[in-house]
Design a protein around this ligand. Structure first.
Ligand code: FAD
Length: 415
């Protein structure tokens, strides 16, 4: 008889665990509280812009090996698009200067020796300063490890870490910053090609995963929220869904792949990150100009990244907590003025727009919050944890969420 594995939460952590476990050895049931899968990585029809949009632009890099492996398994790797090389065009919204960072493919960072490929105003030697982020005492912030000023910081380190850690970099954990740099810049341009889901997050990452799961005999139950867990000595004995109590057999297992605040409310005594940072996205219904790059980095403005999709330009502002209480239309106008400048489009009229603010987009990637992350194992032998907030060694990202799901699945398989 196959064992039953209950996976709670159909975000990327839960889905990746389910995909790994959907084999004849297991009966996989995914329970999702809401009416849709995807969690913080989802698409929906937005009435204001009259089209399907993502809750937020999500950027992957070619070095995100677990994410790419997941996409390969579910058969949608070809839905990610990006330039053939690791190139990042940038615009300074104040000075109007434009430059493109061009990382060479190999591990040896030859690009830092070429003024046409590195950040303008920097010297090759400046890049050595990044070494103090990679090695050093644990528990430090980025601000304690390096000087957060100057051309290299403003033109490369700040945009990279703001996007990857979703925190004002000086407050960010140097350990997490180092992990990002190790898996991207020091791995060479081959690991740094930017990749986006051109047709949307759901058609690329979520729907193919659901199809895969259905095709492999797994059950996905939407609007099926776990309300409580019944513990019995060293194991979970039953799951309480309110209208239904599900008893667990001796070989059955549970993977709790919910956000940290949900996990803490279900498992008493669990220490989890409890500070968060927001991400704000602005979406404008307009055809991007033909020469618009798929991703444009901007500095010295509210806008941080401009993503071009068919019929839409979308902006990401990470660590966007200061914008949470700003009125929506003035914010849309401020951002549109910057997008219009960057894309050589008319500033008036304001195209149809939407602002999506995710208050708890990620846990705050500070050293203190990083220390509150739990491992995959718990005191209960058949209860595993997954989620971007568990201790993956990475900041809260798709790659981290998928690695956490894979890790929990591996532990279940080994039981
Ligand atoms: C706007 C935005 C932009 C982002 N940009 C990027 C990016 O560019 N690159 C990148 O790599 N990452 C990005 N991220 C981060 C990425 O989206 C997350 O790291 C990832 O989606 C987290 O997946 P998860 O499965 O850990 O958690 P979640 O997606 O939060 O999934 C948890 C699921 O559990 C469900 N749930 C909760 N409680 C229960 C319960 N009691 N019973 C059943 N189900 C329950 C929830 O409804 C949810 O579906 C971004 C996030 C946001 C919000």
């Amino acid at each position: 008889m196959p064992r039953t594995v209950h996976i709670i939460g159909a975000g990327l952590a839960g889905l990746s665990a389910a995909v790994r476990l959907a084999t004849p050895d297991n009966r996989v049931i995914v329970h999702e509280a809401t009416a849709f899968a995807g969690g913080r990585c989802r698409s929906y029809h937005d009435a204001s812009v009259g089209m399907i949009i993502d809750n937020g632009n999500h950027l992957l890099l070619s070095g995100n090996r677990a994410a790419l492996d997941f996409l390969r398994t579910i058969g949608s790797e070809q839905r990610l698009i990006g330039p053939p090389a690791a190139e990042f065009p940038f615009l300074d919204l104040k000075s109007r200067a434009r430059w493109t960072l061009r990382f060479n493919d190999g591990r040896l960072p030859l690009w830092v020796f070429d003024p046409k490929r590195r950040v303008p105003g920097t010297r090759s030697l400046d890049y050595l300063s990044m070494a103090s982020l990679l090695w050093g005492r644990p528990g430090r912030t980025v601000g304690e490890a390096i000087a957060c000023k100057g051309a290299l910081y403003c033109g490369l380190i700040e945009p990279l870490l703001l996007a990857a850690l979703n925190i004002d970099p000086p407050q960010g954990s140097a350990r997490l910053a180092a992990a990002v740099i190790r898996e991207t810049l020091t791995a060479g341009g081959r690991a740094c090609r930017p990749l986006i889901a051109r047709d949307g997050l759901a058609p690329t990452l979520i729907e193919p995963a659901l199809d895969y799961l259905r095709g492999h005999g797994a059950l996905v139950r939407l609007e099926h929220q776990l309300r409580g867990i019944r513990f019995e000595s060293e194991r979970v004995a039953a799951l309480d869904f309110g209208d239904e109590i599900v008893a667990l057999g001796d070989a059955d297992a549970v993977i709790l792949a919910v956000p940290p605040y949900a996990a803490a409310s279900l498992v008493a005594g669990l220490t989890v990150p409890n500070e968060f940072r927001a991400i704000v996205n602005a979406h404008f219904r307009i055809e991007p100009p033909a020469e618009q790059p798929p991703i444009l980095g901007t500095v010295n403005g509210t806008t941080q990244w401009i993503f071009a999709f068919p019929g839409r330009l979308s902006v990401t502002v990470s660590a966007g907590d200061a914008l949470l209480d700003t009125q929506r239309e003035p914010l849309a106008r401020t951002i549109w003025a910057e997008v219009a400048q960057a894309s050589a489009l008319p500033a008036e009229p304001l195209p149809p727009w939407q602002i999506v603010r995710e208050r708890r987009a990620t846990f705050a990637a500070t050293p203190a919050q990083d220390q509150r992350r739990a491992g995959a194992r718990t005191t209960w032998r058949n209860l595993l944890l997954a989620g971007d907030w568990t201790n993956t060694g990475l900041p809260a990202t798709i790659e981290g969420a998928i690695r956490s799901g894979n890790r929990a699945a591996k532990l279940v398989s080994e039981q």
